[in-house]
Ligand binder design. Structure first.
Ligand code: KIV
Length: 284
């Protein structure tokens, strides 16, 4: 019997001084393989806007698009905790629509939602979701949905003052009931200070070695998305080459009559074959 990872499992990792892994997943098969590999948390990240749908920003993906991928990941997952991103503007307009969207993600198969930022409204959203049975993961530091107000892919928390500002936000999210916190693109000392000063686990996305968890965008770490590679990404595979080499070979095989082979076709019986009068001989 597989024991499902829960928010309590992640808290235990932190309490025991252990690490956990998180990867983004967007489809059934990949979710299945990551789950089998023992990855603790699968994030249906709004990064799919760029790496799957080809938009130029995460702000372009809609709630309905996120829902499709969340359902697919949930069908492929047995053990991992599934966290679904609430996309841009799906939780910013009103408490009511935020709660409705968060609850719907749970209905589609997520075990928790992730939301970015820490305005008063967002803290209220976190509190109301948690009260309603929807676990919430926070996301501070560089928050891609705020790209236009931040003004670029800039590292956050680069000073003592700004580290304290992020810590104060982290404490507000923790007090509102968030079960974990992604810290994106901050110096590792900043992340360490925050992790040491809150009780819930922090998860590093380019935030160094001292967080309880680590997360990477799977298309980055598999070398599939190649438009750019942030400094903090480690490439574990070169899927771009695997895919283009395979496609090139397939194209060659088709054009040279090498695909399909005898083993890859269905055949008529000898008896049926006799009744045909092919223009060119059929090799049996
Ligand atoms: O959308 C995403 O993939 C994320 C991770 C980068 C943390 O939010």
């Amino acid at each position: 019997m597989i024991k499902k990872v829960s928010v309590n499992t992640l808290q235990r990792y932190k309490d025991n001084g252990e690490k956990f892994s998180m990867l983004t997943a967007y489809d059934y098969s990949t979710a299945k393989y990551f789950d089998e590999a023992g990855v603790d948390v699968l994030l249906v990240g709004d990064s799919l806007a760029m790496v799957i749908l080809g938009y130029d920003s995460t702000t372009k993906v809609s709630f309905d698009e996120m829902a499709v991928f969340t359902k697919a990941v949930s069908r492929g997952t047995s053990r991992s905790l599934i966290v679904a991103d609430l996309p841009f503007m799906s939780y910013n307009i009103s408490l009511e629509s935020a709660l409705t969207n968060a609850c719907n993600m749970i209905k589609y198969g997520a075990n928790a939602v992730k939301i970015e930022g820490c305005s008063e409204h967002i803290v209220d959203v976190v509190r109301r979701c948690v009260e309603s049975g929807v676990p919430v993961m926070g996301h501070l530091g560089f928050t891609p949905q705020f790209l236009n107000t931040i003004g670029g892919y800039n590292i956050q928390g680069k000073s003592y003052e700004s580290t304290l500002a992020i810590l104060s936000q982290a404490k507000k999210l923790e007090a509102a009931g968030a079960f974990a916190l992604v810290l994106e693109m901050v110096p590792e000392e900043c992340a360490k200070y925050i992790d040491e000063n809150i009780n819930i686990p922090t998860i590093s996305c380019g935030a160094g070695r001292y967080c309880t968890g680590q997360v990477l965008v799977s298309d980055d770490m598999l070398g599939k998305y190649s438009d750019f590679k942030p400094k903090f990404v480690r490439r574990y595979a070169d899927m771009r080459s695997v895919i283009t080499d395979s496609a090139r070979q397939y194209d060659y095989d088709v054009k040279n009559g090498l695909f399909p082979s005898d083993d890859e076709v269905y055949k008529l019986s000898e008896e049926e074959l006799k009744q045909f009068n092919f223009r060119e001989g059929v090799k049996c």
